[in-house]
Design a protein around this ligand. Structure first.
Ligand code: HXC
Length: 257
């Protein structure tokens, strides 16, 4: 790969992607997003990758979309360029994604973290949707995913005033999974990723799909969907292996089949 704004590697079945535009707090310009989506799509298809982690640096996960890049754009230019179509491709990823957040996760940065399946944060992390202060609103899912994650009144306050949340607050209201000291962030994210990477991949894939469906289905339809996936998993070798290993009191060896 010949990326300019991200650094990607694979170790122990975990795809690790660092946003790397530190001079502007990892502002998400068009090229960065398209590089990120391209590498994630590639890893999603790579059998050696079971889980992906997106991280930034100590000061910033990402301080939002690149403001100068869009400052003078017209509606029609924004529409035709349609940068959010690229963001939509994140939803097609089938493997679990973890955001490891230190420092600023603002605007598009917060939206990117929320588009991930789990969020691990350092004590220095700051989450917010300050778009209102720029005369716009969140555009990459902020009004929807934040509301689903923390409820209406909290989302309203953040989106209407631009006030951000500390990592502790974010943990308390259920926006993130855990908070650790900054120096432990990467180890914590890696441990979580490795834990997921050890699970049977077909079941992991369907589990992710089912949980995401809960966000936009009725309970009735969601339960029905879950049941079908549950029954389907009995056609996998990993189900047989997992249950036989339990019965035989040994560790399972999952093959992804
Ligand atoms: C471009 C940015 C940037 C951004 C920071 N920088 N955020 N450049 N786009 N979103 C640049 C600054 O211009 C500056 O460059 C350098 O990064 C360091 O930032 P400072 O402001 O000097 O740092 P600090 O004083 O520590 O303040 C940090 C900050 C502030 C509070 C995070 O940078 C800030 O408010 N940034 C904007 C946050 C924001 O509004 N995000 C939402 C964007 S809209 P120079 O060259 O001056 O050193 C959005 C919509 C998404 O995300 C929709 C989906 C596409």
């Amino acid at each position: 790969r010949n990326d300019r704004y991200i650094v990607a590697s694979i170790r122990e079945n975990v795809g690790w992607i660092r946003l790397n535009r530190p001079e502007v707090l990892n502002a998400l310009n068009l090229q960065l997003i398209s590089e990120l989506v391209a590498v994630l799509t590639e890893m999603d298809r790579d059998e050696n990758v079971r889980c992906m982690v997106i991280t930034g640096n100590e000061k910033a996960f990402a301080a939002g979309a690149d403001i100068p890049e869009m400052a003078e754009a017209s509606s029609v230019e924004m529409l035709i360029q349609d940068q959010l179509a690229e963001w939509d491709r994140l939803r097609k990823l089938t493997k679990p994604l973890i955001a490891a957040v230190s420092g600023y996760a603002l605007g598009g940065g917060c939206e990117l973290a929320m588009a991930c399946d789990l969020i691990v944060a350092s004590e220095t992390a700051v989450f917010g949707q300050p778009e209102i202060l720029l005369g716009v609103i969140p555009g990459a899912g902020g009004t929807q995913r934040l509301t689903r994650a923390v409820g209406k009144v909290r989302a309203m306050e953040m989106v209407l005033t631009g006030r951000s949340m500390t990592a502790r607050e974010a943990l308390q209201v259920g926006l993130i999974n855990r908070v650790v000291p900054p120096e432990l962030l990467e180890a914590e994210a890696m441990n979580l990723a490795k834990k997921i990477a050890q699970q049977p991949p077909v079941a992991v894939r369907l589990a992710k799909q089912a949980v995401l469906k809960a966000m936009d289905m009725t309970l009735e339809n969601g339960l029905d969907y879950e049941q079908k996936l549950f029954y389907f998993l009995f056609s996998t070798e990993d189900q047989k292996e997992g249950m036989r290993a339990f019965v035989e009191k040994r560790k399972p060896r999952f093959q992804g089949k």
